[in-house]
Write a protein that binds this ligand. Structure first.
Ligand SMILES: C[S@@+](CC[C@H](N)C(=O)[O-])C[C@H]1O[C@@H](n2cnc3c(N)ncnc32)[C@H](O)[C@@H]1O
Length: 265
């Protein structure tokens, strides 16, 4: 029978082989802040999303103290450092500029300049994570790769989180499956409500790319919370709760949901 890590023997791999070496970042100009963050010595840096008042809602009010957490899609790390401040031992995960975003191949291919621009943006995101990491004296580790290749060598975690990343993945179920190999207790998925763009959308899964809007090339799926619950049930987290909330994004607020899937009730 298949079992998660933690009950299974695994090879010991050195931290240096898994986690990224620290980057010394000095300048804000080298960084891109996706989240608004209060950066020691710099004050408030404005990002697209301001989750400062909504962290616990965003993470489904799951207790984090003393838990080992894998955060898939850490971006500039606002949630990573917020979870660490709540007592979690953090392993952050994201792309680096060595990996490609799942860009939608409008017209059947992906232009080289688009791939390059996306990688530059990811490098700036990673830089913002490292600058914040240093200024906050964080002990979090970060591992780079695609969500489809999360290394088992990270070892068991108690919780894995997927904050607004599944909509950007061509294969969201495979990414959840990879995290499920590591997460002993709980997977938390936060994503945008499918009705955000279209209030009449009640479909479980909607394919976002539209040939009439090729500029929308970074997103694949609107997933309903019920669909995410079903994914989690299939992967062995049958006890799910769904909560709804709104968070500030640019000049408005975006309706979101959080599904907390657990192995045990
Ligand atoms: C929209 S941001 C969400 C950031 C944060 N988790 C949150 O909830 O606010 C999506 C994050 O997922 C990462 N990401 C996108 N595609 C990815 C992939 N294929 N593999 C790993 N990470 C990916 C992006 O680099 C970015 O950091």
């Amino acid at each position: 029978m298949w079992r998660r890590l933690g009950t299974r023997k695994r090879k010991t791999v050195s931290d240096a082989a898994i986690y990224a070496p620290p980057r010394r970042i000095e300048n804000l100009e080298e960084c891109y802040f996706y989240h608004t963050i209060d950066l020691p010595g710099h004050g408030v840096i404005e990002g697209e999303w301001d989750l400062r008042a909504g962290v616990d809602e965003y993470l489904g009010h799951v207790p984090l103290d003393g838990r080992r957490v894998l955060e898939v899609g850490t971006a500039n790390g606002f949630l990573c450092f917020a979870m660490e401040a709540r007592g979690a031992e953090m392993v952050a995960y994201d792309l680096s500029d060595e990996y490609d975003w799942d860009i939608v191949p409008f017209g059947g291919g992906i232009a080289e300049d688009l791939r390059r621009e996306r990688k530059q943006r990811i490098r700036q995101l990673n830089n913002a994570w490292w600058l914040t990491h240093r200024l906050m004296n964080s002990r979090a580790k970060v591992c780079y790769g695609t969500a489809y290749t999360i290394p088992e060598a990270i070892g068991p975690v108690d919780i894995a989180t997927f904050g607004c990343i599944l909509l950007h993945l061509r294969d969201p179920f495979l990414a959840l499956q990879r995290a499920a190999a590591l997460a002993r207790d709980t997977i938390i998925v936060t994503d945008v409500m499918p009705g955000w763009g279209d209030p009449n959308n009640k479909l479980p899964m909607t394919f976002i790319p539209d040939p009439a809007q090729p500029q929308m090339n970074d997103s694949w799926w609107y997933l309903s919370p019920e669909q995410v619950s079903r994914f989690l049930g299939v992967l062995g987290y049958p006890h799910t709760t769904i909560t709804y909330h709104q968070q500030p994004f640019k000049d408005g607020r975006v309706p979101l949901y959080t599904v907390v899937g657990s192995v045990a009730p």
